[in-house]
Ligand binder design. Structure first.
Ligand SMILES: C[S@@+](CC[C@H](N)C(=O)[O-])C[C@H]1O[C@@H](n2cnc3c(N)ncnc32)[C@H](O)[C@@H]1O
Length: 798
C-alpha cells in the first residue's frame, strides 16, 4: 500500500503524529478486512480504467521529467502477505468475473494481459484484462527492479499486451482509500508468459488478438533498447531487453556479452557467469569476444570473492593479450585479496580514509575474512545457533570481516520514503524498505544466494529451510526468480537480522554522543549480512562491530576462551535497563546476560529512577549536577554490575562542568576533580583504571587502564582518555598526560585496528580542538610507535 503524505517535511512531530495515525487506521482497517464478508468483484469499464491509468501515467512521467515530485512516499511493511509456491501446472484457471473481493483463490491462477502502461508510487500499478475482456487493476509489490524504476524501464519490463499468470490470486481493498486491486506481494507469484507457453494454447482473447511484445521487435531492436537502458545505468531493464533479444536469437554472442556486463553491474554474478561460460564455450569466437568473456568472468569471480578463479581468468586474458594492463592490475588485486583472506591483515587506515570521504555507504574492494569463529548450535537462543570461538582469542583480535549482501540508503534524506511497520508498530525510515527491494534484486541471481539467505532465522514461523525451485525459472527470462520467494519470510528474516550500519564517518558524529540518535535521521544504513547474522546478543557482549563502507568488522572486546560463545550487542549501549528490555523484545522476550540479571534485581523502578535523574545532565549548574551524581551513586549497591552506563554518563557530565571551571577559570582543584570524575566515568564503562593517582609519580603502567577489555563504546572511551590527557597537560603532569593519550590510542587501535594513523584520522578534529598540548602528545606517541619504544600490539598495562 503506497500513498503520498500531504506534507513534504518529515522531522516534525506533527507529521510523526499524522503518520502514526495513518498506521493505526491502516491496522484497524486490516483487522476489519480479515473478517469482513467477501463481495463480487465490481465490473469497471475497460475504457474508463485504461484512460484513468494512462492519465496517471502521463502525470507521473511529467513529474519524473521535471523532478517536481518531492512528496514523502509512505508504505506499510510487515503486513501479513501471501506467497504461492505452487507450480502453475498444479493450478486451475480462474477469471476475474468469478472472483470476489477479500477471497484468496488457492489452487487457481489468473491469466491476464497488460492493457494500460504501468506507473508507480511505491508499488507498480497497471491495468490488465483477462480472456473474456474483464479489466482490472493489479498492484505489484516487491518486484525486483520496479521500486525506483522510470516509466521507460517499466515499459521494457511489462510492455503492453504482456501476458501474465498470477498464482493463487487475491483481490483486496486498499488499507487507505477505496481502491480494489489484485495485489501481488511476492515476485514468484507473477509469471510472465512466453507466447509459446503451453498454457496459452487455444486461448482466445475476446477483445481481439494482439501482437505479443516479444514479436514487436527484432533481436537487434531489443539490443538497441538494452544498450540505451545500459547507457542510462538502468541495468535491470537492460538485462530484460537483452534477454528478450536472446529469446528471439539464442545464438547472439553480442547480446549474451552485453547481458553479462549488465548482470555484473546489478550484482548478479552467478547469472553473469552462466552467460560468460556459454560465450566462452561457443565455437568460432573472435579474439575480441574471447577477451571480453575472460575479462568479465574474472570480474564476476572477483566480485563473488573467488579470487583464485578470478586470477586464472585474468591470466587467461594475458594469454590472449600479454600487454593488457587491466588484467595485470586485476591479478595484483587478486593476490592482495587472497592475502587479506588468509591473514586478516587489511589496510585499515586507507579504508578508514575512504569511508571518511564517502558521501554514502560504499562497497569496498576488500575480501571477507573468517577468523577463529564458527557457527554452532547454541541452545536457549531463537534459531538455536550462534557463533563460537574455535580457539583462545586475544583482546582486539579480528574475528570477522563480511561484506553486505544488500544495503539500503543512509537515513538522512529529506523527501524520501517512510515505512509504517505493522510488526514493530513504528515509523521506520524508508531505508528498511529499500533494503528489502535491493535484496529482492539480489535474490534473483541464483538458487545459492536464496538458500544461504533462507538459512537465516526469521522467527518461529520462518525456520531455516531451502526454498523450492520455481517451476518457471528460465535462464533466459530474468523476470522469473530461481526459487519461490516469500516476501513475508524475507521481511521477517530482515527484521531479525538487519544491522544499522553506521560507517566510521557517521559513527564519529553519532556513536560518541550519549543521546540516542533519531532512527529516521541517524545516518545509518540498513544492511543484511550472512555470517554476521548468526551472532546472538548480549548487553555485556564480548565482541564489537565497526563498519568500513558497508563491510562489517567484528573484533573481540575481551579475551575469549576456545568453545565460548561470541556475542555482540544489538542495541544502543547507553540505554537504561527498561529501555534495553523494551528494544530487545522484537528479538526475544528476556535477556539473560549478567548485566540484565543484575539490573533486573535492582528493579525497573530503579532503572526508571536513574533515567529520570540523568535528565539533570542538561543543567549547567555544578551543584545540580553534583546532586544528580550523588543521587545516581546511591541507586547502586556497593558491588553493582561491572558496566553502569547511566552512572558513567552522570560522572562524565560532572567532569565536563568541572573542566570548564578548571581549565577556563584556571582552577587546578576543579581540574583535579574533573580528572577524578572522568576516571570514574571510564570505570563505570567497565574498565579498570590502574593508575588513579593524580601526580606524575603515579605512572606505574604504560597505559593507565587494564588491557583485558575494550570498553563497549570505544569512541566515547577514547575521547574521555584524551580529555583526561588534556587536563593533565593543563596541570603540567606531562607523564600522566602521555599515559592517558596512549590509552586513547590503545583503545582505538584495539577496537578498529589501523594504529596511530587511523587514530589520528578519526580523532584529528578533537585533538586539534583540544590544542597544542594534545597535538604535541600525539606527535610524541607517534614517534614512540615509529621508533619501537611503545608497541601497540603487545599485551600492556595489566
Ligand atoms: C540475528 S539472529 C541470531 C542467530 C540466531 N540465534 C540463529 O540461530 O540464527 C537473532 C535471533 O537470535 C535469538 N537471540 C539472539 N540473542 C539472544 C539472546 N540473548 N537470548 C535469546 N535469544 C537470542 C533471537 O531469537 C533473535 O531473534
Amino acid at each position: 500500500m503506497a500513498q503520498m503524505a500531504k506534507n513534504t517535511k518529515f522531522h516534525d512531530t506533527s507529521i510523526d503524529d499524522q503518520l502514526l495515525k495513518m498506521l493505526d487506521s491502516a491496522k484497524a482497517r486490516a483487522e476489519v478486512e480479515k473478517t469482513a464478508p467477501p463481495f463480487p468483484l465490481p465490473y469497471v469499464s475497460p475504457d474508463a480504467l485504461v484512460s484513468e491509468l494512462e492519465r496517471r501515467r502521463d502525470k507521473w512521467d511529467a513529474e519524473q521529467k521535471t523532478g517536481q515530485n518531492h512528496e514523502i512516499r509512505t508504505t506499510f511493511m510487515g503486513q501479513e502477505s501471501f506467497s504461492s509456491s505452487q507450480p502453475l501446472k498444479n493450478l486451475k484457471p480462474i477469471v476475474l468475473k468469478e472472483m470476489h473481493v477479500r477471497t484468496r483463490y488457492t489452487g487457481r491462477y489468473l491469466l491476464c494481459r497488460v492493457i494500460a502502461r504501468p506507473s508507480r508510487v511505491v508499488c507498480v500499478t497497471f491495468g490488465v484484462e483477462n480472456v473474456n475482456a474483464w479489466p482490472h487493476l493489479v498492484s505489484l509489490y516487491n518486484f525486483p527492479g520496479t521500486f525506483e524504476a522510470s516509466g521507460s524501464e517499466l515499459d521494457t519490463l511489462f510492455p503492453l499486451y504482456t501476458v501474465l499468470a498470477i498464482r493463487e490470486p487475491m483481490v483486496k481493498m486498499a488499507l487507505a482509500g477505496s481502491q480494489i486491486y489484485v495485489r501481488i506481494d511476492s515476485p514468484s507469484d507473477l509469471v510472465v508468459l512466453h507466447p509459446d507457453d503451453p498454457l496459452l494454447k487455444g486461448i482466445k482473447w475476446s477483445s481481439g488478438s494482439r501482437k505479443h511484445p516479444l514479436h514487436t521487435r527484432t533481436s537487434s531492436g531489443w539490443k538497441t533498447l538494452g544498450d540505451s537502458h545500459f547507457k542510462r545505468q538502468e541495468y535491470w531493464a537492460a538485462v530484460v531487453a537483452y534477454s528478450r533479444g536472446l529469446q528471439l536469437d539464442p545464438t547472439s554472442t553480442a547480446l549474451r556479452l552485453n547481458r553479462s556486463l549488465a548482470r555484473i553491474r546489478l550484482g548478479h554474478y552467478s547469472a553473469s557467469l552462466r552467460d560468460l561460460n556459454s560465450v566462452l564455450s561457443s565455437d568460432n569466437l573472435s579474439t575480441a569476444d574471447k577477451l571480453k568473456g575472460l575479462y568479465r568472468s574474472a570480474q564476476a569471480e572477483y566480485a563473488s570473492g573467488r579470487y583464485d578463479a578470478a586470477k586464472q581468468y585474468y591470466e587467461g586474458c594475458l594469454g590472449v593479450d600479454e600487454n593488457l594492463v587491466d588484467a595485470k592490475t586485476g591479478i595484483q588485486k587478486c593476490v592482495d585479496r587472497l592475502q587479506e583472506q588468509q591473514t586478516g591483515v587489511y589496510r585499515w587506515e586507507e579504508l578508514y580514509d575512504q569511508t571518511l570521504r564517502a558521501k554514502s555507504v560504499l562497497s569496498f574492494d576488500i575480501s571477507d575474512f573468517v577468523g577463529p569463529v564458527k557457527v554452532a548450535p547454541v541452545p536457549n537462543r531463537g534459531g538455536g545457533r550462534g557463533i563460537l570461538a574455535t580457539r583462545d582469542i586475544e583482546v582486539g583480535e579480528l574475528l570477522l570481516v563480511s561484506k553486505a549482501i544488500a544495503n539500503g540508503p543512509p537515513n538522512n534524506q529529506e523527501g524520501i520514503l517512510i515505512a509504517l511497520n505493522f510488526h514493530a508498530n513504528e515509523i521506520q525510515s524508508g531505508g528498511h524498505y529499500t533494503l528489502i527491494q535491493n535484496l529482492m534484486m539480489k535474490l534473483m541471481d541464483s538458487k545459492q544466494i536464496n538458500n544461504d539467505f533462507c538459512q537465516l532465522y526469521g522467527g518461529e514461523r520462518h525456520q531455516p529451510s531451502n526454498p523450492d525451485i520455481n517451476d518457471y525459472f528460465d535462464e533466459n527470462d530474468p523476470l522469473s526468480p530461481p526459487v519461490f520467494i516469500d516476501t513475508n519470510r524475507v521481511e521477517a528474516v530482515c527484521s531479525l537480522n538487519w544491522f544499522g550500519c553506521s560507517p566510521e564517518n557517521a559513527a564519529n558524529k553519532t556513536e560518541s554522543k550519549q543521546e540516542k540518535p533519531s532512527p529516521l535521521n541517524d545516518g545509518k544504513s540498513t544492511v543484511i549480512y550472512l555470517l554476521p547474522s548468526y551472532f546472538n546478543h548480549s548487553c555485556d557482549a564480548n565482541a564489537t562491530r565497526h563498519f568500513f563502507g558497508d563491510a562489517i568488522v567484528i573484533r573481540a572486546l575481551t579475551q575469549i576462551r576456545a568453545g565460548d560463545e561470541i556475542t555482540i550487542s544489538y542495541i544502543y549501549a547507553n540505554e537504561p535497563y527498561h529501555e534495553r528490555a523494551n528494544t530487545l523484545k522484537k528479538w526475544f522476550p528476556t535477556c539473560d546476560c549478567s548485566l540484565c540479571v543484575e539490573d533486573r534485581e535492582a528493579g525497573v523502578g530503579t532503572s526508571k529512577k536513574r533515567q529520570k535523574l540523568l535528565e539533570d545532565r542538561t543543567s549547567t549548574s555544578l551543584p545540580t549536577v553534583r546532586a544528580m551524581v550523588s543521587k545516581m551513586d546511591a541507586t547502586y549497591p556497593s558491588t553493582g554490575p561491572r558496566v553502569q552506563p547511566l552512572r558513567s554518563a552522570a560522572h562524565h557530565r560532572l567532569s565536563e562542568l568541572l573542566q570548564v571551571q578548571g581549565m577556563r577559570k584556571q582552577n587546578s582543584k576543579a581540574a583535579y576533580e574533573a580528572i577524578k570524575e572522568e576516571m570514574a566515568s571510564i570505570e563505570y564503562m567497565g574498565i579498570d583504571v590502574l593508575d588513579k593517582g593524580i601526580n606524575d609519580d603515579a605512572v606505574k603502567h604504560e597505559i593507565p587502564i587494564a588491557s583485558n577489555r575494550i570498553p563497549y563504546n570505544d569512541t566515547e572511551a577514547a575521547l574521555k582518555c584524551l580529555v583526561i590527557a588534556n587536563t593533565f597537560c593543563f596541570l603540567d603532569k606531562l607523564d600522566r598526560a602521555k599515559q592517558w593519550a596512549r590509552a586513547a590510542v590503545w583503545i582505538s587501535h584495539k577496537a578498529l585496528g589501523g594504529g596511530i594513523h587511523l587514530f589520528k584520522a578519526k580523532f584529528g578534529d578533537a585533538i586539534q580542538e583540544m590544542g597544542s598540548n594534545v597535538v604535541g602528545l600525539v606527535g610524541k606517541i607517534e614517534k614512540e610507535v615509529k621508533n619501537g619504544i611503545w608497541h601497540l600490539d603487545t599485551k600492556r598495562g595489566s
